[in-house]
Structure formats: C-alpha cells, structure tokens
Design a protein around this ligand. Structure first.
Ligand code: N01
Length: 530
C-alpha cells in the first residue's frame, strides 16, 4: 500500500477523466487516473463495432479548454467515426502529457470513506490501496454492457460479440450467417455495414426504432476553417440551446401551423439530417398529438424506402418519437431491401433461447455462425453501482440507490463526501453534447476543490435536504415531457429489475448551468464544508 496520500483519484480515462486530470493538474493537485482499458478514450476505446460514429457533429464534439487544440485538430467528416475520435482522445493525452498519471488495465474495486481522516481508500485490481482526499467518478454514462440472459447463450458454438466491447482487431463477417439482437443506435449503425459483408444477416427486433438520416459527408477544409475563424461564436450559440448543440430549436408549435407548413419543416430538417429533426417544433415532446405528426412523417419515409410492405410495417415504430434516443443512420432501412437481410419481430415472437447452431424464436431456429448483441448498456448508474462504494457510516451507494439514483446536481451525493460524479444521473449528460457537458462539470469540480482548499476545509458534502430538492425538481421536469413515457434506457427499462426513474436532468443545459453557477456563487449552497 502506498503511504502517500493523493489529492484526487479519477476513475476512467475517457473524455471526462482526461479533462479532469488536466484541470486538476492546473490546480497543482497530485492526481492518479485509474482506467480499466489499455488506452484512453472510454466509450471510443471500447465501442469499435462496424459503423460506430458520433451523432453530434465533429466540430462540436471536441474540447474547448484549449484554443490551440481546437485550432490545430482537423476533423475530416461531418460526423466523425470511432477511429478518428479515438485518435483525437489519444492526441489530447499526448499533447498534454496526461498518460504519466494514468494507470491503465486497472479497475477500481472499492472505495471507502475514512471519516476520521476525511479521505477515500480506494482498492484496485492491481492489488493496491490508494488514499486520496477527493474522488472523481468519470466512469461514463454508457460504459457497462447490458447482456441479456438468454437461455442457452453459453451453448452457442460460434463467436458472440457485444457492440460496446468489440474486438480491437475487428471482425470479418464475410461468408457468415450473422444474427444481431437489438435495433438501437449501435445496431442502426452496424447493420448496414455488417450486411455488406455477411452472407446473411438476421435482425432480431424487439422495438422498432425511429431513425433520421445522418447525411454524413466529408468536411471540406474551407468549412472547418470558417468555423475555426470564429469558434467562440459557435460554442456560445450551442451553449444557449436546450441540448448544448448548435441546432435550431423552432419555437413554433406543430399544432399551431398548417399541415403543409408542418410537412415543409419536417422535409427541411430531413434534408439537413441529424438529431435536430426532433427540434422541428416546440411541442413535439410535450404533446402526444403534435408528436404523432412527426412520428407519422418518419413512418411514411420508411414506407418510401422499404420495398416489402410487410417488412416496412414491422420496421415502423409506434411509440412516441424522441422518447427513446433518436438514431442517426446511413442506409439503415435500405439494408432491409437486400436479399441477405431478414427482420425477425421478437416482440411478437420472443427469443425462446439459443442453441448450438442459432437462435430460436417464433417456433423456428434461425441458423447462425455469429451473434452480435447490440443490446445497449446499464446506463448512468451501472458503472457506479458495480464499484463497492461506502460513504458515511458505511452506507453503500448501491444500497442508497436501490430505488433509483439520488444526487445533488448529478455532481455530488449526500453521505459520500469529497466524491464527485462527472455527468452523473441528475445532470443533463446524455441529453446534451457530452463534451461541453463534461467540461462544465470538470470546471465546476475543479473550482469547488479549490474552494475547499482555500477555506482550509478537509471535507465537502452535499446536504440531504438539497439533494432531496434536486431529486424532486428532476422528477417534476421529467413528468412534463413525453420522454419519460416509454421503456427507454433513460428510465432504466432495458435492464430487468432496474428501478424506473428518469435519470438525466431534462430541464435543459442553460438552466442547469445557471443552477450550478448560482450554487457555487452562493458559497456552494446545499453543501456542508467541514
Ligand atoms: O443501445 P440501446 P445502443 N432482448 O439500449 C434491444 C449511445 N450511442 O447501444 O428497445 C431483445 O439504445 C433493445 O430493445 P428495446 C446513444 O445514446 C450513440 O444501441 O429495449 N432485445 C434495443 O433495440 C444510444 O441511445 C451512438 O425493446 C433487447 C437494443 O437492444 C445509446 O448509446 C451510437 C434485449 C438496445 O438499444 C445506447 O445505444 C451508439 C433483450 N433482452 C450508441 N435487451 C451515436 O453517437 C435490449 N434489447 C450515433
């Protein structure tokens, strides 16, 4: 056991962990980052499935903390693919000499708060116990794979893959009969690419998905140069929007305009491509009737592309559009016109099990050589709950969160002093552009830690009353939106037994940033320093 106490242990070397390390170093803190993977990049280190790409435009999906960095780095596509984003994370790590404080291939197993010393004792798979004043959980919102417990899966004789934990050397599906379970964002990206190579691709769909065209394209140097010439304007404009992304949120209501005007707006957004489609009208996520107009527009588009009407019908989603995360696609529906792609509706005919040679569903066996689980993640709480975290009086985090996550601002947890979460449940996180959201948290945490030091305090803890009020506010704003009405991972519905709570804060990025700033300005209102 090392006898030296660190100032900060950061868990995870994805974009959150890298930014936190950089900011903590600027404060002169002794920091160690503990990372399970063999490299930096978090999500983009693990999610190497075919077609993996970001759904936020690359000029925005990047750090702002260094003007030189954002001027120097060159993005090549409107939406960057996984290898380019990973290269960016690696560049950041090298450029700011971050690797020397990152311990790779190591997981944090437990963290226990020592109340007498006001420090965390952190054990890792490397067999060490680290002592640290502060802990920052930069563990990611979508980092623990959701692996369905399918009867017989272990008996399958071919390889199995999860999109969120893809082999680094890639997978060649040429000549193989591949089955993919799931039709969320990962599957929507992977299906067209796998279908190009596989002998046959069988898609097992439980819930049909809404997708909007990405219209990805190369990013001409002149276009990125124009943005870089005045990057601050784009960044500032983005921060004023609900999602922290530079899309135009139309203030008009769908039901207040004529059907023709509505159609024009949807068509324009469709031609533009991207998740801005759901911002076409202000009431789309407030009024079921308004929402139905957008949903029908997308269903009609499916019907225009998919040649077999029975397949088109099965691909047509019936739930509220935008309730589950909207997917961006490149040729997703077109894939179902290929003779080597079959759609199996497992909502009507659930998977009964897996046998040596394939998946059994709808009373027949679908013969397969490989299975891809595109079944998503134990989102937002999964990575935190699987670390044995013990706070004041030995209270376990998993126990505290048994009925759903409770945080103050998605940044701190009552009963767990000196511990911060980056983009934790209760913060806008996954409803926004993660990069600026991460930076806002990192800056807030760094300022808070500096404040604790400046006050000569050893400990800062969220007050239970402040946490209760924040949790109640979260629930109240969530209850006003249609987003909380379907079985999405936002509410934990994808993981059997997970409590159903709308986890991200849905009051909007600007409102949230204002709340965080006001709390800091009031001397960290709702926190107790000792
Ligand atoms: O995961 P998902 P994902 N039996 O949870 C199905 C981000 N992301 O990895 O809808 C059968 O969305 C499940 O069915 P259902 C993005 O935020 C971003 O695709 O629960 N099926 C669903 O179809 C995204 O939202 C990008 O009925 C089962 C699918 O598996 C998030 O990550 C790209 C099942 C899971 O979809 C997660 O996306 C990729 C079971 N037991 C990911 N369990 C971009 O930036 C689950 N399913 C573009």
């Amino acid at each position: 056991m090392s006898s030296d106490r660190l100032d900060m242990v950061v868990v995870g070397a994805g974009f959150a962990g890298l930014a936190m390390l950089h900011a903590a170093r600027a404060l002169g803190l002794a920091v160690r980052v503990v990372e399970a993977g063999g490299g930096v990049g978090g999500t983009w280190f693990w999610n190497r499935y075919p077609g993996a790409r970001c759904d936020v435009e690359s000029m925005e999906y990047s750090y702002q903390f260094s003007e030189a960095l954002q001027q120097d780095w060159v993005w090549h596509e409107r939406y960057a693919a996984q290898p380019e984003i990973l290269a960016y994370a690696e560049h950041v790590a090298d450029r700011f000499d971050l690797r020397r404080d990152i311990q790779f291939d190591t997981r944090v197993v437990s963290a226990a708060f020592d109340e007498d010393r006001s420090e965390w004792r952190v054990t890792t798979t490397a067999g060490e116990t680290l002592r640290t004043r502060f802990m920052v959980m930069a563990t990611g919102c979508l980092s623990v794979a959701n692996r369905p417990d399918l009867p017989g899966l272990g008996r399958f004789r071919g390889p199995r893959y999860h999109t969120g934990d893809w082999p680094h050397e890639g997978v060649d599906f040429s000549g193989l009969r591949v089955g993919i379970i799931g039709t969320g964002s990962s599957a929507v990206q992977a299906i067209p690419v796998i279908a190009e190579r596989a002998d046959h691709l069988t898609v097992f769909q439980r819930t049909a998905t809404y997708t909007v065209p990405a219209h990805n394209r190369p990013l001409p140097p002149a276009e990125s140069a124009a943005i870089k010439a005045d990057y601050a304007t784009l960044r500032a404009r983005a921060k004023r929007t609900f999602s922290g992304i530079d899309i135009v949120f139309n203030e008009a209501e769908a039901l207040a305009v004529t059907p023709a005007a509505r159609q024009r707006e949807y068509e324009a957004r469709w031609a533009q491509g991207g998740i801005g489609f759901i911002a076409a009208f202000a009431d789309l996520l407030r009024s079921a009737e308004a929402n139905a107009t957008a949903a029908q527009f997308v269903r009609d588009k499916i019907g225009e592309v998919v040649r077999d009407p029975a397949v088109a019908e099965r691909l047509a989603p019936r739930h509220v559009i935008g309730c589950k995360r909207l997917c961006l696609d490149t040729g997703y529906w077109r894939s179902f016109n290929q003779p080597n792609v079959t759609l199996v509706d497992i909502a009507e005919n659930p998977i009964a099990g897996v046998v040596e040679g394939g998946i059994v569903a709808g009373g027949r066996t679908w013969p397969l050589d490989a299975i891809v689980l595109a079944t998503g993640f134990d989102a937002m709480t999964g990575a935190l709950n699987r670390i044995d975290i013990g706070g004041i009086g030995g209270l376990k985090l998993a126990q505290k969160w048994a009925a759903g996550p409770r945080t103050y601002l998605g940044l701190a947890i009552a009963g767990f002093p000196n511990l911060f979460t980056v983009t934790g449940p209760g913060s806008p996180s996954v409803l926004t552009n993660m990069l600026p959201t991460i930076e806002q948290h990192v800056e807030w945490i760094a300022a808070c830690v500096a404040h604790v030091g400046a006050r000569g305090a050893r400990q800062i803890a969220a007050e239970p009353g402040a946490e209760d009020a924040w949790v109640a506010h979260n629930a109240e704003v969530a209850s006003r939106t249609l987003r909380s009405t379907c079985a999405s991972w936002y509410v934990g519905a994808n993981v059997p037994g997970k409590p159903r709570v709308f986890m991200p804060y849905i009051g909007g990025f600007p409102t949230y940033v204002k709340a965080c700033a006001a709390i800091a300005a009031e001397g960290y209102a709702g926190f107790h320093l000792s």
